[in-house]
Design a protein around this ligand. Structure first.
Ligand SMILES: C[S@@+](CC[C@H](N)C(=O)[O-])C[C@H]1O[C@@H](n2cnc3c(N)ncnc32)[C@H](O)[C@@H]1O
Length: 225
């Protein structure tokens, strides 16, 4: 359908969720400072961060714990995080303050629209997608983010040599990710099949528990040609 007003299938269901007092305070104080408003026009990333440095996009940072750890461990890289969930945005703003991070900016909006309208071609050095909603029911698979058209769009926003790093604890989604990334001609796998967890991705609490229970986690690391 060519109608530009036709809403695309969303990869999330917006639950308002409870905001703690600290998260509300962080939203109020932090969003004007570290947030970038959604706008349907290209964003000047260097201007948004106030410097010229490698830029990495993350979609769906959840409560933002891993995002804050990664930004703290890689101060020479700028991270743009996108999330629709209010308490998560509030929590990451709180972490930015606690950890005194200056290399993180947040957008509270549907990431698909942000990628479509705000990010210029060849503008990113990396892309992170950690534990995206698995949409386990077959009739919901169309809501999964990792599909050929979405990956092609992300790849178009990456510079040559930039990386894509994904992780999931759903085996059939991991296989779908591997198939979709392998089928994208502009990408090459950095390893044969699934990748070892890179040092920069911290083990989440949820993941530690899952690993103790014998659940698997699959990482994927691809490079744009
Ligand atoms: C299962 S959670 C994982 C969160 C986090 N990455 C982690 O590992 O704990 C997936 C997150 O992606 C967010 N999300 C899904 N689709 C999104 C979209 N199109 N734009 C922005 N956020 C999205 C959801 O709100 C949710 O918080």
């Amino acid at each position: 359908m060519d109608n530009p007003h036709h809403r695309h299938i969303r990869s999330f269901v917006l639950r308002q969720g409870h905001l703690s007092d600290a998260q509300s305070r962080a939203l109020e104080a932090g969003l004007p400072r570290w947030g970038i408003a959604y706008q349907p026009t290209p964003l000047d990333l260097d201007a948004a961060f106030g410097r010229s440095a490698p830029k990495v996009l993350e979609i769906g940072f959840g409560m933002g714990g891993a995002t804050a750890d990664i930004a703290a461990a890689r101060p020479d890289t700028d991270f743009l995080g996108i999330e629709v969930h209010g308490p998560g945005v509030g929590n990451l703003l709180k972490l930015i303050d606690e950890k005194q991070l200056s290399n993180l900016r947040l957008i509270r909006h549907d990431a698909v629209e942000v990628v479509d309208h705000m990010l210029a071609p060849d503008s990113l050095d990396g892309f992170h997608l950690y534990f995206p909603d698995p949409w386990p029911k077959k009739r919901h698979h169309k809501r999964r983010l990792v599909q050929p058209a979405f990956v092609a769009k992300i790849v178009s926003r990456l510079k040559p040599g930039a990386y894509i790093h994904m992780a999931t604890d759903w085996e059939d989604y991991a296989i779908q990710m591997l198939d979709v990334l392998n089928a994208e001609p502009a990408l090459r796998n950095s390893v044969d099949g699934f990748a070892p967890r890179p040092d920069w991705r911290p083990l989440t609490k949820f993941e530690q528990r899952g690993l103790r229970l014998g659940h698997g986690v699959w990482d994927l690391l691809f490079i744009k040609r």
